[in-house]
Design a protein around this ligand. Sequence first.
Ligand code: HDE
Length: 702
Amino acid sequence: MERNTADASGQFMTTDQGTRINDDQNSLKAGDRGATLLEDFILREKITHFDHERIPERIVHARGAGAHGYFEVYESMAPVTRAAFLQDPGKRTPVFVRFSTVAGFRGSTDLARDVRGFSVKFYTEEGNYDLVGNNIPVFFIQDAIKFPDLIHAVKPEPHNEIPQAASAHDTFWDFVSLMPESMHMIMWAMSDRAIPRSYRMMEGFGVHTFRFVNAKGKASFVKFHWKPKLGVHSVAWDEALKISGNDPDFHRRDLFDAIDHGDFPEWEFGVQIIPEGDEHKFDFDLLDPTKLIPEEQVPVQRIGRMVLNRNPDNYFAETEQVAFHPGHVVPGIDFSNDPLLQGRLFSYTDTQLSRLGSPNFHEIPINRPIAPVHNHQRDAHMRQTVDKGRVAYEPNTLGGGCPMQATFKDAGFVSYAERIDAKKVRARSPSFFDHFTQARMFLHSQSTPEYNHIVSALRFELGKVATPAIRQRMLFMLAQVDRELAAAVGVGLGMAVPKKIEGLLNQSIPADGDPKRFQPTPARDVPPSPALSMANTPKDSIETRQIAFLIADGFDSSDIATVRKALLAGGAQVKFVAPHLGQVAGSQDPVEADFSFLTCNSVLFDAIYIPGGRKSVDALKKIPDVGVFVTDAWRHCKAIGASGEADELLVGLPHGAGTKGKDPVNDRYGVVRAQGKATTAFAAALVQSIAQHRHWERETLA
Ligand code: HDE
């Protein structure tokens, strides 16, 4: 039973029992100055409900944002999988998606340096399928048994609960410096992938190798990918820090506003399919979650698309109560023996029991499958279903033998009958001990600015580590990936890279094991993978980008009209930022300011434009925030546009970027200026500059 409170106009207020309330302002008292009476069932019900409003937040991925949408496949995938939602191109499967950060608490900033969760619940006609992935294709650890250690290490330190939503502290790096297997993931986490511009501009990955199974029972291995239509983009680290102060809800707001505005975020669904017979053809183990399959080796086939077109009505009911589980699968999708995945298959139901409080969490509206549910599970806290009849067991005759088990042909889920002939051991396969080759491959696949950002991130993170021995161990570990990287980080820390640290690479040797067998193998050079660099993402669109127009009374109306027209035509959004809210007078018509310089900041926009107009430019010159707007936009490598007198606001920019050129339109390092009035050629050059996302080359100017 759902209560609709969205359209409650004309309804009387009631208690939870439906009794109409006559006074919601005063509690029941003995006289108007008297003590409050225990009898007041209305007060007690209201306060009791309030007292219990909070449920335990997720132990990881507590901070998130969600949206509804749909998925559709491009063509039938019947040759590889029998999953019904991957058969018919005409069919739209509803989805609910939740994006998240991992380490921070529920109220923490969106812009933490962190992995992002990317969970998709497909409400298929064969039951719910959850793809519970991340925006990074590998993970820190290889075996589920280390997950509590990893999370304890990264969460705020237990004695003082500091720092919030940050990995830059001793316990995290203490742990990582002793875990060579985490090095590949560390490269990703220290890259700009960990500070995305938007959830809408992130890739998603299933991480583990899964299985597809077709109608003949034939299986293949599969890796899952989400490719964002808008490309993969990140912010700058200094910007992330400032966004965290200016708008800690930046990603959440961005997703909500985009959908509200009709700019529906879209991803293509990609698969890398590996025939069962090729399981051992790679130089790493397909079951090892610290490895990826380079796209150049096994191409990602784009097999469908997902569109998010509806915001949740209620954050708690939907985004908070949604319960994902990698074990929610449908016929045609099965698991591999990845030891991290295997552990996850246990963890997610367990966590819902403590978080949502009952095994009936599947009855919460957001978790309900659209496929009918028939079984003999009964009762427990907050049961919603009113089960009829007296049969709650199987086998039975009194219920006509129903509900019945479904055969493979009846779309029953039949686990893939993988042959296993092995000893029961606590062990790790020797094929899991190449921890450095792919870390090095990732590093060597980055553009120069991306590489430099990794160095800076490591200098920052390790610079926040107070214990010198941890920094040293990390430098040694980084040197296993790449000596130059370690040396560059060492410069920032004022430390030499240690040549040897006794026993460090043997940490995971069990007392009775063979030490050689457990030693990580040295990094090998393998071909770089261009797909791993964000520099190679498409940069041909300004769709949904937020552009700040800095104006004051007296701005040039024709400048604004020309530039605005071009930006809106490209799908961007224009926001007017002025000394005050309300109307701002132009040379012709006034405009309404969206923000004042107090209520927004350069870091909240993708680019800025300043129109001409003597009076406007003179007024802007007197406002210190305007200077910061411009210098931050420069520092964060964003497109900057200026026309007419607005040139004067750019004179402080370094490397001659602010000096007036002779041509009608000048573009220096993404700073676009018009000699006089803004022309269509100027607007086109600005659009082109914004489409680049960032002009990182500015960082390397001497
Ligand atoms: Fe999770 N993880 N995880 N995880 N995970 C949870 O489940 C866990 C792992 C991921 O938006 C929890 O409902 C273990 C890898 C996402 O609601 C919990 C292990 C990947 C989300 C849990 C892992 C993920 C979670 C916390 C090691 C990438 C957010 C709340 C074996 C493929 C889902 C919850 C959402 C959430 C356990 C490792 C992704 C405690 C034990 C690898 C996106 O059950």
